[in-house]
Structure formats: C-alpha cells, structure tokens
Design a protein around this ligand. Structure first.
Ligand SMILES: *Cc1c(COP(=O)(O)O)cnc(C)c1O
Length: 467
C-alpha cells in the first residue's frame, strides 16, 4: 500500500516513509491510495484472535513494507497485559439502555491516546533501527497527548522527547503523571505561558528547516497516519465484541476534538465493517457539530475557543478533518486544496450541498454542555454504578438521541475519571476511583525544566539533550 496527499501534490510513498513525517510537502495529509476491503468470511475469522493478532492483521494491510513477522512482534510488544491491565486490552463495559462503553483507557496514561502511541513507540524504534537513525520528538501538550507520547517512548534508544506544557495549567494528576517520569530520554519543559504559547514555540522551532534537519526534529501529533491505523483496530474489536453474525450492525459514539478518533471509525466503515452510525460528540467547542448540522466548516480562533470541563476536546481547528473532506470530494486533491485555500482567505467553506453524503457515510452529531456532563456522570453512576469521565460523558449524552432498537451503541471511553477528578467530585460529591498503581502519584518527585516562553531557549535546550 502506498500513500498520497489529500491535496494531490505528493508522489506515492510507502508506510515507513510517511511514518516519521508530519504534513505532506504540499501541506496536505497522507492517505492510502486505496483502502483494503474486508469480506464477511474474514470478519468472522477475526473473532477468535487476540487483540495483538487482530492489530497485526489490520496493520499488515496498511504497513505492507514491514515484513509480516516483524510487524507481529511489534503489535505483540505494544498490546500487552502489563501495559493494558488485562488480556482483553480493550474491555467492553455494558451500561443500561442499549449502550456499552468501549474501554480504550486501560493503558499506562489512562486515556485512549495510549492505544495508538504504544504501537507508535514500537514502530518508531523499529524503523529508526533499520535506518541507523534517531529522532528528537518535539511537542506541546495540554494533558493527554504529551503523557501518552512520553510513556510510549520512555527507554527507547533512538528517540528523545521534548514536551512543552503550560506552567500550572494541567490538572494535578496530569502534571504528576508526566513530571514523575525519570528517564534520560524524556524532557518535560514547563513554559511560563498558555498552551497556545507552547504551540507557537513548537511551530517556530520545527518551522526552522535548517534546525529541523540538523537535529532530526519529529512529531507524534494526531495527523500521523500510523496513529489512525492503530485506532482502526478497536472499531473492529468493538464490533466483534457485541455481534454474532457478519452482517450485524453497531453504532459508535465518539467524543471528538481533532477528529482523529472518529476518522478511524470512518476508515473502518469504508473497509466494510458494518457500522450503522458514527455519532460525533463535541462539547461547547462545536465546530464539528456545526459542520454536520449545516455543512459549513468554520474553525474558530484561539480567542473563541472555550476552556471547558472536557478540556481534551477544546479544539476549534480539527487537524484530521481534511482526510474526511478528501473522501467527500471523491478523493480529488485539487478540490481539497481549493477548499483549504478558501479557508485561508475567507475563514470558512460551505459543503451544504453534500449533506446527503454525510448521512451516507453514517455521520450524525450533537453537542454537550457542562451541565449535560454533570447530569450524565450522575445518571450513569446512579443507574449503573459506573464512573465515567467528562469526555466520555459528552459521548454518552449525545449517543442517547441516536439509540435504535437492535443496534448496540458503543460509546468510546476516552479517559478514566481519575484524570479529571475535580469534575467527578463536582458531579457526584465523591472522589473518582483511583487505580491501585496510581496511589501516591502526586507525592513522587517531579522532573521538569522551567523555561521562559522563548523559542531560542528551547532550541538551546534541545541542542544540549538531543539524541
Ligand atoms: C484526545 C482526546 C479526545 C479527542 O480525540 P480526537 O481524536 O482529537 O477527536 C477526547 N477525549 C479525550 C480524553 C482525549 O484525550
């Protein structure tokens, strides 16, 4: 399988070449030239596989330039009982009312980002070893992505991570999770600014092409295709967990921000997985909900992005959305390039004429508010005795409107409640349960470098610690 750009300006490349790159040279995103189709007999045959072998079967289709035996070793190294707490890797937890949670947050950092990052860590190490090369990953985080990347890359010989975070802006738990890591290749940098300032520094440093090349600066951001491919796996797993025959349909509800998680669902559906609906849930930052309701895509500036109680969805410019629009445009890169050009000049584009196609792709959407989240956390606890985190609550809230008899509704559990303990306390008047291995986390010694909000300081720090 080879990959082209959503804007049509990149010669086809193999998987291992796009693995370490960010944007395509034409500013677009890498997508497969054609998607594999999974037939009914194969779907049935995959029911009995372990999660790691299911991941192997699916990754084999996307990473055709990695020898199959090597790939099997990598998926088995990524999806272990040690890292995910059980042999299921992704447990399904039933709720009342025709719903269940797809447990994607059992990994080392208790958020669904681990599902892709754990595999990405293995893939990076493997490809860098083959090439005799190294990479210095530079990123900015407001919480979940940074810690998932650090836990996936810790101890990897050919990788160093430089993760910028805004001083004092993460939850105590998130801070402790990142800063308590004591690994020579992991560098936490707290900047005296907000998340946008951190991101501006990343753009300044990675945008300096001479510096980028000299120090092999890379990223693990949500546009990385390998992350999407890894996420496709759990849609197949969710489906097989609640169906019997190869034609049984399932709906998925997905708490969304950058459109990475739900894009993987769209890919799975395009490969032939019987998905009835993909229910996109946003919080008050409802750019994507607005698009699926009106057909108008109107990203908001940072000043109009609200800080909410589901902070990992406080995103107003959904980086992966371009891949879906590419499919809507019939895989015509020139049309996508024209739309993004219009976005640059007019700040929005209008696809309302294609609204019938949104439904053909299974998409529906809804938005949730702080009051909705609190009420949903309370209802699920009272009815089922289950604690859910505020992001998952956005998913449950929006999913309810789309439940149909005979079609299981799987809500993607994107984080565990302990990560957002303040909101659980507010909703329930009691603390969120803390998994045993995280007892005393906030009391561990923390390792963080405090730097001024200044790209030059960060450059100098990288030069001193790069691999
Ligand atoms: C990243 C994240 C999301 C949003 O996922 P996208 O792929 O950006 O749409 C939702 N919930 C949690 C807890 C997250 O960490």
């Amino acid at each position: 399988m080879r990959y082209v750009s959503t804007r049509g300006g990149m010669a086809p490349q193999p998987f291992t070449d796009i693995l370490l790159e960010g944007l395509a040279p034409d500013g677009g995103l890498a997508v497969p030239e054609t998607l594999p189709r999974i037939d009914a007999a194969t779907l049935q045959a995959w029911r009995g596989l372990s999660y790691a072998d299911l991941a192997w079967e699916i990754l084999k289709l996307f990473a055709t330039d990695i020898p199959a035996d090597d790939l099997r070793r990598l998926t088995h190294a990524a999806y272990t009982r040690e890292a995910f707490g059980s042999d299921a890797i992704v447990p399904v937890k039933p709720l009342s009312g025709g719903m269940a949670l797809l447990g994607l947050s059992e990994g080392p950092t208790l958020a669904f980002k681990d599902m892709a990052m754990q595999l990405l860590g293995q893939l990076f190490e493997y490809v860098l070893e083959q090439r005799g090369s190294t990479i210095n990953i530079l990123g900015a985080t407001s919480g979940d992505t940074g810690s998932a990347a650090e836990y996936a890359m810790r101890g990897k010989q050919r990788v160093a991570v430089f993760m910028l975070s805004p001083q004092g802006r993460m939850s105590a738990f998130q801070r402790a999770q990142m800063y308590s890591l004591d690994e020579p290749n992991i560098h936490n940098i707290a900047v005296d600014g907000v998340f946008d300032d951190c991101q501006d520094i990343v753009k300044a440093v990675a945008g300096d092409l001479a510096f980028k090349q000299a120090h092999r600066i890379g990223a693990v951001n949500s546009i990385n295709w390998a992350r999407i491919a890894a996420q496709v796996v759990y849609y197949f797993h969710g489906w097989r967990s609640v169906t019997n025959s190869s034609t049984d349909e399932v709906s998925f509800a997905v708490p969304s921000g950058n459109f990475g998680n739900i894009l993987a669902g769209h890919i799975a559906r395009s490969m032939g997985l019987p998905i009835r609906r993909l229910v996109l849930a946003t919080n008050e930052n409802n750019v994507l909900e607005e698009f699926f309701r009106t057909g108008i895509y109107r990203p908001r500036p940072a000043a109009e992005t609200y800080a909410t109680s589901s902070p990992s969805m406080d995103i107003s410019r959904a980086s992966n959305f371009e891949r879906f629009v590419y499919d809507l445009m019939g895989k015509d890169g020139a049309k996508v390039a024209a739309l993004w050009k219009q976005l640059g000049t007019q700040g929005q584009f209008d696809l309302s004429e294609l609204r019938a196609a949104f439904a053909e792709h299974g998409f529906v959407a809804g938005a949730s508010s702080h009051a909705d989240r609190l009420a949903t956390i309370r209802e699920v606890y009272e009815r089922d005795g289950v604690f859910i985190d505020p992001h998952t609550a956005d998913g449950v809230k929006v999913a309810r409107a789309y439940i149909e008899p005979g079609v299981p509704m799987l809500v993607l559990e994107t984080a565990l409640p302990i990560k957002f303990a303040e909101t659980i306390q507010e909703a329930l008047g009691r603390p969120a349960p803390r998994p045993a291995q995280f007892e005393g986390l906030e009391q561990l010694p923390q390792h963080v470098h405090n730097l001024r909000c200044d790209a030059q300081q960060v450059r100098e720090f990288i030069v001193r610690h790069a691999v």
